[in-house]
Design a protein. Structure first.
Length: 213
């Protein structure tokens, strides 16, 4: 076995396994008419306890993703962020985001052992002799077996870092307080900034489906 090739494949598998998330469908109030919404007020995001400044980072990423999805985003002098949908609707929604996880560079060690169980080679030889009568027919079989013991290679450990971001998103009608949409999920990646951006992209992608933008 090519131990170097095996190690490279193992590292690739770990990297692919890291970039995963728990991503269920959001809860939606099916009776709410989202076509009547003209504005979404985006509330300030509180920092996660493990990372000062994480709230602003997530807020900036979500605002950026709204713009990429074709929404008009305004950042007012009072640090309030407003997403403008259209001029026809009269309703205003409020979007809030809670960071449930914001972990940077969590070190993970994966020990592994390569085991070669050896090989077995078997040779079978058959012969027959006949004197003209089936009763006197003879058959012989010989078997040759070659076995090597194999080997076990103890390796070091694969060390890498993992980032993880989790969010709870809520959208409510500002006038009535009615909760019209909510979602909760987490995402893991190798690097924190890209993981945060993917979380924001997933969030805005789902929210944009509520409106005919």
């Amino acid at each position: 076995m090519d131990f170097k090739l095996f190690k490279n494949k193992l590292i690739l598998f770990i990297i692919i396994s890291l970039t995963v998330g728990c991503f269920d469908a959001p809860a939606i109030n099916q009776n709410y008419n989202f076509d009547l919404v003209s504005v979404i007020n985006f509330e300030k995001i509180t920092d996660h306890v493990n990372k000062p400044g994480s709230g602003q980072i997530m807020e900036d990423n979500i605002s950026f993703m709204f713009m990429k999805n074709g929404f008009n985003v305004s950042q007012l002098n009072n640090n309030k962020t407003v997403i403008n949908l259209n001029n026809k609707g009269k309703k205003t929604l409020t979007l809030s985001c809670t960071l449930t996880d914001y972990t940077d560079r969590e070190t993970i060690l994966i020990p592994y052992r390569l085991e070669d169980k050896g090989t077995i080679e078997t040779t079978i030889t058959q012969s027959s002799a006949s004197s003209g009568s089936e009763k006197n027919a003879l058959a012989t079989t010989s078997t040759t077996t070659t076995t090597d013991g194999g080997s076990i290679q103890e390796s070091g450990k694969i060390e890498y870092t993992q980032a993880r971001v989790g969010v709870i998103l809520k959208i409510k009608d500002e006038e009535t307080g009615l909760l019209v949409w909510t979602h909760s999920y987490w995402y893991s990646g190798i690097e924190l900034s890209s993981t945060t951006q993917i979380c924001a992209k997933n969030s805005v992608g789902l929210i944009s489906k509520l409106f005919n933008n």
